[in-house]
Design a protein around this ligand. Structure first.
Ligand SMILES: Nc1ncnc2c1ncn2[C@@H]1O[C@H](COP(=O)(O)OP(=O)(O)OP(=O)(O)O)[C@@H](O)[C@H]1O
Ligand SMILES: [Mg+2]
Length: 471
């Protein structure tokens, strides 16, 4: 995904490309989290469109809402109508019809849902997202080589969005070259968009996949900063919400709002059930950093429920996760999400993964991230850690010199963006970490300068004290 952002929150201009490992750095308030959340929103948004969601749920007879099915039914109906009306239909004209339809529906979809997504995840009114010193926000998001979604928000909070295709001829050429898609289109044409409903929706789905790279459902996960604190509150918040859920409105109790991304985090934690997923083996890498593991145990009292406990390495005993060290609490959501929910192709957005970590643990953590990336995960982090970034540079350098295979990183798989101030707000600049460590080095140099002055002053004092005048 490539993203170009103008006047969004504190950011006046950002131009970023999501690579297998993407890092956002910059001073506090620079807009790193807002940018990360925007990426989360835009990634999550598209998962709702892909027809596969509809097809799968239909085939499994899962009840879905009328509202959800309607656009796809309309899409199939519209295609049938167009095919029936057309005098002559060829593969080329059929593919063009579907692509045009997808553009139209995606534009409608974006206009209908994007505003809600943004308000929900940012827990702000749309107008508050517009940079205070500008009249509008503009975002351009290229989901793939061919697809581009654009939206603007005005100062008054009006959102308008558009979906478009770049390099239409090349796209259509590629679609027509694909054997499976051609077979489906054949069926659609033969039935003149009539009886063969399943093939029609499958053809639309296949063509949509050329426009949008296919991603597993709910495959972008956001892990916020302050995880230890959120985890401590989770038990209380989730029990209270569950206890209040049915009767709160009747009793006139209003449940306090939980800010968007914290709510998302709690929803993510609620998905954890103790079942192991495809990345279970890889998640074992975390055991070394947290110096133990997290076990799932049944708690009998006060009433029976399953809880996560932290079990120290080489010890039989375990403690409730909320009584474990801060480092464990910070890392355990990442560890558990990895162990249970994640699969190849997932994008993990992790805010400040270095929080509460000793420098040695930070070094190990970056190695783990590199290994995960090499196993097919995408990771985006925001960070203030000089150590994480230096280790990242080493892994890239090792890659260039052909070091260890599993934790090496290829330079083209890594992107580091610095958000730095300019006159209107913050702008991104891609950083070559093999050559510079911006912002961190500035601080180190300042400290060095300070140290030199202090040395000089203390030397002077010693000399004064030792001078004959004192005798
Ligand atoms: N519409 C807006 N215009 C200008 N600034 C805004 C706007 N909305 C939010 N901000 C400011 O942007 C900042 C939030 O940015 P964000 O949380 O993304 O920073 P960050 O780089 O993640 O910082 P940290 O390193 O502390 O986590 C806050 O200072 C907030 O007041
Ligand atoms: Mg932040």
């Amino acid at each position: 995904m490539k993203l170009r952002v103008e006047n969004f929150g504190p950011i006046s201009y950002a131009d970023v490309e999501i690579k297998p490992l993407t890092v956002l750095i910059g001073k506090n308030n620079a807009g790193k989290s807002m940018l990360a959340q925007l990426i989360f929103t835009l990634m999550t948004l598209t998962e709702g469109y892909i027809p596969r969601r509809f097809l799968t749920s239909m085939l499994q007879h899962i009840r879905t809402t009328e509202d959800f099915i309607a656009p796809y039914l309309r899409q199939v109906d519209d295609l049938r109508k167009k095919i029936k009306e057309a005098r002559e239909i060829t593969h080329l004209s059929c593919v063009k019809m579907v692509v045009d339809m997808i553009i139209e529906y995606l534009t409608q979809y974006l206009n209908k849902t994007l505003g809600d997504f943004l308000e929900r995840y940012f827990a702000m009114e749309l107008k508050s997202l517009v940079n205070l010193y500008s009249d509008y926000t503009r975002v351009e998001c290229a989901y793939s080589k061919y697809s581009i979604a654009e939206f603007t928000i005005t100062k008054d909070g009006n959102l308008s969005a558009k979906f478009d295709i770049k390099m239409m001829d090349e796209l259509i050429d590629n679609i027509l070259k694909d054997e499976e898609t051609n077979k489906l289109i054949n069926r659609v044409i033969r039935s003149r968009g009539g009886r063969d409903f399943t093939s029609t929706i499958a053809a639309i789905e296949k063509i949509a996949e050329f426009i949008f790279p296919k991603r597993p459902l709910l495959s972008t996960l956001y892990i916020p900063a302050g995880r230890a604190g959120l985890l401590e509150g989770y038990e209380a918040v989730s029990s209270a919400l569950i206890a209040l859920a049915s009767t709160a409105p009747l009793k006139g109790i209003s449940v306090p709002p939980i800010p968007g991304m914290a709510y998302e985090f709690y929803s993510l934690l609620l998905q954890l059930t103790g079942r192991k997923g495809p990345f279970e083996k890889m998640s074992d890498l975390f055991k070394e950093v947290i110096e133990g593991e997290i076990v799932f145990e049944e708690l009998k009292l006060p009433k029976s429920k399953m809880v996560y406990r932290f079990k120290f390495k080489d010890k039989e005993s375990s403690v409730d996760l909320i009584h474990a060290a801060s480092m464990v609490k910070e890392l355990s959501p990442i560890y558990l999400v990895l162990r249970e929910l994640v699969d190849k192709g997932y994008l993990l957005i992790i805010e400040e993964p270095e929080s509460h970590l000793h420098p040695a643990a930070q070094v190990k953590l970056m190695e783990i991230f590199a290994q995960l990336v090499n196993e097919g995960l995408e990771i985006l982090i925001t960070t203030h850690s000089d150590i994480l970034l230096r280790k990242l540079a080493h892994l890239v350098m090792e890659g260039l010199t052909g070091g260890r295979a599993n934790a090496n990183l290829k330079p083209e798989d890594v992107a580091v963006y610095l958000l730095k101030p300019d006159e209107k707000g913050y702008v991104t600049r891609e950083v070559n970490i093999l050559e510079e460590m911006p912002t961190f080095d500035e601080v180190i140099e300042q400290l060095y300068e300070e140290e030199r002055n202090l040395c000089y002053l203390s030397l002077q004092r010693e000399m004064n004290e030792a001078s004959p005048r004192n005798f």
